[in-house]
Write a protein that binds this ligand. Sequence first.
Ligand code: PPS
Ligand code: ADP
Length: 207
Amino acid sequence: MALHNGSFLKDDNVVWHPHAVTRADREKQHGHRGAVLWFTGLSGSGKSTVAGALEQALHAQGISTYLLDGDNVRHGLCRDLGFTDDDRRENIRRVGEVAKLMVDAGLVVLTAFISPHRAERDMVRNLLGEGQFIEVFVDTPLAICEARDPKGLYKKARAGELKNFTGIDSEYQPPEVPDVHLNGEQLVTHLVPQLLDVMRQRAIINP
Ligand SMILES: Nc1ncnc2c1ncn2[C@@H]1O[C@H](COP(=O)(O)OS(=O)(=O)O)[C@@H](OP(=O)(O)O)[C@H]1O
Ligand SMILES: Nc1ncnc2c1ncn2[C@@H]1O[C@H](COP(=O)(O)OP(=O)(O)O)[C@@H](O)[C@H]1O
């Protein structure tokens, strides 16, 4: 059964329930639009750091935000998932659905997941719809990520103690045309203004 919001239901007895307070009402109350900034990049590329710094800047301007981070989500919502391709796909599907609900609530959602496959990132783009999904590629060379190695995971992966590690024995597919392409070797203080500019250009936040 096809739903008006583009999703499909297996059960014809469950129908979509429209509510009186709309997304537009909520966005008006927040004073900005809802949207997702979807950070993707290798482990250690700087996704959490840059998304966190951007959230601080937005919060200081009175923007209603929420940061969904891979490490944190995998302690709860996705605690049953590992790092096979199938589990990563399910991880991103769940996070995409949660982000969609948060955008409907009128929030600016920042997500920091490796999200290594183009197909899954495109799935979330299609789920969110045009203009509400901004793909941010944190482009940091593998050698730099490996040198940073804040959790010692690259070391474990190289030693064969950690299987399916992205960039080592599991593929990362870089975005071909990201909405924002960040050089992950630049200072975080240089990266945040680039993101704020894009958000203003796209009328997510006010100039
Ligand atoms: N095998 C393997 N490959 C990659 N990463 C691993 C792995 N095992 C554990 N970790 C830790 O899990 C974090 C990545 O989780 P994500 O949910 O972002 O991954 S994914 O989007 O589903 O691919 C990742 O966090 P970040 O370093 O913040 O990216 C790692 O700390
Ligand atoms: N632009 C940057 N320049 C230098 N170091 C950075 C930068 N961004 C992040 N780092 C450092 O790199 C490490 C990994 O950053 P993190 O945000 O945890 O990456 P990810 O979330 O992509 O795994 C951390 O020690 C962090 O302090």
